[in-house]
Design a protein around this ligand. Structure first.
Ligand code: PGA
Length: 254
């Protein structure tokens, strides 16, 4: 079985000085703990390599995005080969902020998923409904639809050793996290949905929850049987808070 996975997404924050002191502090404190938690951190692209210099075996690197192309005339982009080259393990795709602000379509996200798998890295595929869809009870339907568009493109086998992050858009950065029991229900429905394609893939699937997770509420999510870990935004930016999240994760024995 997999260890619980905690992913910290820095989004558009930080500078060289902050990255250096954050990783130095985090790694030295974590080194003293005998952890049964996997930790991945996604600093901004430009700081991935800097962060890499401070990592120890407890922490792996995650990228916040990747391009749909491998190489060529694509100004401003980062390819999966480059991420692999510098030692990245996970790549977040389909985050709602990219879907919204960068108009990323399911087709686009599916292409990224395929490239990540081809490179033997691990996609962290974000899915989730918006406020309006939530209000009319369409959460499961939206998640299934988003999944189907990826499965139809890459095939269900590609979901082996891939990660899904259920992130209701209305819970991201709002301080209004989803109800843990409701999260369990959605995660279970995601697993059932995948099982319709392939039961073995469904069984091993890691499903993260994301949306206003913090040190106080993390335990409630991790107690749910279909929650494998969390994708954390603002609460990962301070080492003390992030370490408390990790300690609380460690305390939940599944
Ligand atoms: P948040 O962000 O923890 O700040 O709500 C989560 C995310 O965007 O993945």
């Amino acid at each position: 079985m997999f260890l619980p996975l905690i992913i910290g997404n820095w989004k558009l924050h930080g500078n060289k000085k902050i990255i250096k002191s954050y990783f130095t502090d985090l790694c030295s404190k974590l080194k003293l703990m005998n952890l049964h938690v996997e930790i991945a951190i996604a600093p901004p692209m430009v700081y991935l390599e800097l962060a890499m210099r401070y990592l120890n075996q407890n922490i792996t690197l995650c990228a916040q995005n990747v391009d749909t192309n491998i190489s060529g005339a694509f100004t401003g982009e980062t390819s999966i080969r480059m991420l692999k080259d510098i030692g990245v393990k996970y790549v977040i795709i389909g985050h709602s902020e990219r879907r919204l602000y960068h108009k990323e379509s399911n087709h686009n996200i599916a292409k990224k998923f395929a490239l990540i798998k081809e490179a033997s890295l691990i996609p962290v595929l974000c899915i989730g409904e918006n406020e309006q869809e939530y209000a009319i009870g369409q959460s499961e339907y939206i998640c299934h639809q988003q999944l189907d568009s990826i499965i139809n493109f890459v095939g269900i086998e590609s979901f082996y050793d891939s990660i899904i992050a259920y992130e209701p858009i209305w819970a991201i950065g709002t301080g209004r996290h989803a109800n843990p029991l409701q999260v369990q229900k959605i995660h279970q429905s995601i697993r059932y949905h995948i099982a319709r394609y392939d039961e073995n893939v469904a069984k091993q699937l890691r499903i993260q929850y994301g949306g206003s997770v913090n040190e106080e509420n993390i335990s409630q999510f991790l107690r749910q049987s279909d929650v494998s870990g969390a994708l954390i935004g603002s609460a990962c930016l301070k080492t003390d808070t992030f370490i408390n999240i990790i300690k609380n994760t460690e305390a939940i024995k599944k």
